[in-house]
Design a binder for this molecule. Sequence first.
Ligand SMILES: [Zn+2]
Length: 132
Amino acid sequence: MTVKHIPATPGYSLAQPYVDGLLHCLIRFQTCGACGRAQTLAHDACQHCGAEQLSWSDSAGLGTVHAVTVVGRAPSEAFRPLAPYTLVIVTLDEGARVMGHASPGIKIGDRVVAGFFDHLGQTLIRFEVAPD
Ligand SMILES: [Zn+2]
């Protein structure tokens, strides 16, 4: 049996548009050209219908908190200085879900707006309660 090995293209990442968006303080998501639904982070096919016609868009950064957790023990040395910290999964108004840091006390159902902060050279998302 022959196993065909397909080498990865050096420097290519499916998530590159998402990562580049964060550097410009933008949350980017994929929209399916076939069914019109939105998804994050980066996939090579639509998670809803399997179509491969995906395009990237910039989110307005507004959404609703879907889930909240408080991390008491950071998973790595890099995040230890931040602990304890709040993580949320937010359903963006465009329909895609994204994970980010959040202000302490944020609750499921809260309307939030995305902000950004730098942690050890990496741009991370921090959600705050949106003003009315
Ligand atoms: Zn689709």
